[in-house]
Design a protein around this ligand. Structure first.
Ligand code: PLP
Length: 228
């Protein structure tokens, strides 16, 4: 098992590097986050032993529990990538190093209030690239206003944008819209250079479109266990 995990990780990293070179980009400028949701904490320990330093979780309770139970791993960074409930802001803030899913002012305000005085949390603005308003993310039309609002929260640092590509269109088209949103955020926060995009099925297209942070689960971990 350890061998196949190592092989899948190496294979994905080779494909990321190839996609970066094909796009004229330095592979070192790309952060590969391994999405470990629904997997046991022992998987995170094994990934850490293989050199993984960035992991992603999409549920607050699971994130909190795993961060408590993982073997002491001083350099592990925890990315919260799921839809965030405002009432969970304090728990999210204390367990996450980066929150990818800030998509409304009320959530930004709650995360801001949840911080210790003087602490600064890295956040990304999640963009909804689908036509379904029920999906997570701010509509592209609302990006500028949200960026202005979050930029004014002194306990939050806007690092860039995040999105999930819709299933019903080619990912390249969706990622092009995301790149446009990223540029608009940079007009408000000039150093907000991160673009979190690309999952197991579309990370090559995401790299071509400028993604700096890839959130890759099953291609590395294998199928997720059933959950409730
Ligand atoms: C689960 C998840 C991923 C990873 O998905 P895979 O297809 O397993 O790579 C990436 N981003 C988000 C927001 C997720 O919830």
């Amino acid at each position: 098992m350890t061998d196949s995990l190592a092989e899948r990780l190496a294979d994905v990293d080779d494909r990321i590097a190839a996609a970066a070179r094909a796009a004229g980009r330095d592979p070192a400028g790309i952060t590969r986050i391994v999405v470990t949701k629904f997997h046991p904490v022992s998987l995170i320990d094994r990934l850490y032993a293989l050199g993984v330093r960035d992991v992603g979780e999409n549920r607050q309770q699971e994130l909190t529990a795993k961060r408590r139970d993982v073997q002491p791993s001083p350099h592990l960074r925890w990315h919260f990538i799921g839809q965030a409930q405002t009432k969970k802001a304090r728990a999210i803030r204390s367990a996450a190093d980066v929150v990818h899913s800030v998509d409304r002012e009320r959530l930004a305000d709650a995360l801001q209030r949840a911080g210790e005085p003087g602490s600064v949390l890295d956040v990304l603005l999640q963009i909804n690239l689908t036509s379904d308003p029920a999906r997570g993310g701010v509509a592209p039309a609302g990006v500028d206003a949200l960026a202005e609002h979050v930029a004014a929260c002194t306990g939050l640092r806007v690092r860039g944008v995040m999105a999930v590509a819709p299933l019903d269109e080619p990912p390249a088209a969706a990622f092009a819209r995301l790149a446009d949103c990223a540029q608009r955020v940079r007009r408000v926060v000039p150093d907000a250079a991160w673009i979190s995009a690309g999952m197991s099925g579309d990370f090559v297209e995401a790299v071509a479109a400028g993604a700096t942070h890839l959130r890759i689960g099953s291609a590395i971990t294998g199928p997720r266990p059933a959950h409730n």
